[in-house]
Design a protein around this ligand. Structure first.
Ligand SMILES: Nc1ncnc2c1ncn2[C@@H]1O[C@H](COP(=O)(O)OP(=O)(O)OP(=O)(O)O)[C@@H](O)[C@H]1O
Ligand SMILES: [Mg+2]
Length: 341
């Protein structure tokens, strides 16, 4: 196993700055998530780490060794692509064994490694099938077994769950996280899904336009967003942002409540006009506007349905709503975080 260190990595394609100066340290055994919108440079960075793409500038170290000039195979990292790339005519066994067949590993060792990887992922009963005879989730595990069979020093996963339906994604998240913890392999996981990022990452690097906006634990990213991009990219519905003297005031929908639901501590009151509300079972999302402030989007409140006073969500009326002061976040006019209160 090995940590990964990127120092001021840049990659330009013509005049596109795909990766625009990324520095990142991934500790040995850490599960690091790269989170960001489409086109922000996530795949490019992964391809640079595994050696499929040469950076324009910057240094890359794996396990303490400078690998800038090292070919992909010698780096010992495995990458699993979004499309899985399984060979349709090969059995699962042959697909998993594939990365070993091009090396000089004796066939009995190959068999053992295929057994190990397939048992680890619970697909050892599927070894004689072909990919088309598998479900999406099983295919994903075959691709993962193939990435693991060479016992990589680091595992790079590029949106590995994006082909799965919502229910399967939830259990696959759990599977990946569990086996990662079991074998302790350094993992860099790319996604644009904030639920995956929050649920799986030891730390998350939020990326936009080829740069890291914030690097931190899921709790730090959510509670202390470094800027308005992070504040609105993570969290659903996103953080509310309203104009405020010289900058912006932010608060999460779950902290914006009918005033009578706040019975302790200091709070800031707003007059909220409800447009409509959605009952989603475990929560109710209320949409509306706040008197006297500007906001690009509708303001949202996320309320626990059982405790909401009926009259406080009546559409077309103004209601007293409030946010506890400790839940307010201030940003300057450029969108950078100012202070906690
Ligand atoms: N080979 C290439 N030639 C030219 N431009 C490229 C190339 N590869 C990527 N780009 C550009 O670099 C930027 C980053 O692309 P990248 O694939 O890394 O984004 P991403 O974050 O993985 O996006 P997605 O979430 O859609 O997969 C994009 O603007 C893309 O168009
Ligand atoms: Mg990508």
């Amino acid at each position: 196993m090995a940590g990964v260190l990127a120092r001021d990595i840049r990659k330009t394609f013509g005049d596109t700055h795909a990766v625009d100066g990324i520095s990142l340290t991934v500790a040995d055994g850490e599960f690091m998530v790269l989170l960001g919108p489409s086109g922000c440079g996530k795949t490019t960075l992964l391809r640079i780490i595994c050696g499929l793409e040469q950076q324009t500038s910057g240094d890359l170290m794996i396990g303490g060794q400078l690998v800038n000039e090292m070919p992909p195979r010698a780096r010992g990292v495995a990458m699993m692509f979004q499309s899985y790339g399984l060979y349709p005519h090969y059995t699962v066994r042959k697909n998993i064994a594939f990365p070993l067949r091009t090396t000089r590993v004796p066939s009995d060792v190959i068999d053992k490694k295929v057994q190990w990887a397939s048992q680890l992922l619970g697909i050892d009963h599927l070894l004689d099938r072909r990919p088309r005879q598998l479900s999406g989730g099983e295919r994903q595990r075959v691709a993962l077994a193939r990435a693991l069979v060479r016992e990589p020093t680091a595992l790079l996963l590029d949106e590995p769950l994006s082909n799965l339906d919502a229910k399967l994604r939830a259990s696959a998240r759990q599977d990946i996280k569990q086996f990662q913890q079991r074998i302790g392999v350094t993992t860099i996981y790319v996604t644009h899904d904030q639920v995956e990022a929050m649920g799986m990452g030891d730390r998350i690097a939020v990326i936009d336009h080829g740069r890291i906006r914030q690097l931190g634990t899921p709790a730090e990213i959510y509670d202390d967003p470094a800027d308005m991009f992070v504040a609105t990219f993570v969290g659903a519905p996103p953080m509310n942002l309203i104009t405020n003297n010289s900058g912006y005031l932010g608060f999460r929908p779950e902290n914006f409540l009918p005033k009578e639901m706040i019975d302790d501590g200091e709070f800031t009151e707003f007059s909220f006009r409800v447009d409509r509300s959605e009952y989603l079972g475990a929560e109710r999302i209320v949409y509306g506007t706040i008197d006297g402030v500007e906001s690009k989007q509708l303001i949202t409140a996320k309320l626990p349905p059982a405790h909401v006073p009926e009259e406080s969500i009546r559409p077309g009326e103004w209601h007293p709503y409030a946010v506890r002061n400790h839940a307010l976040r201030r940003f300057d006019k450029d969108g950078k975080r100012v202070s906690r209160h």
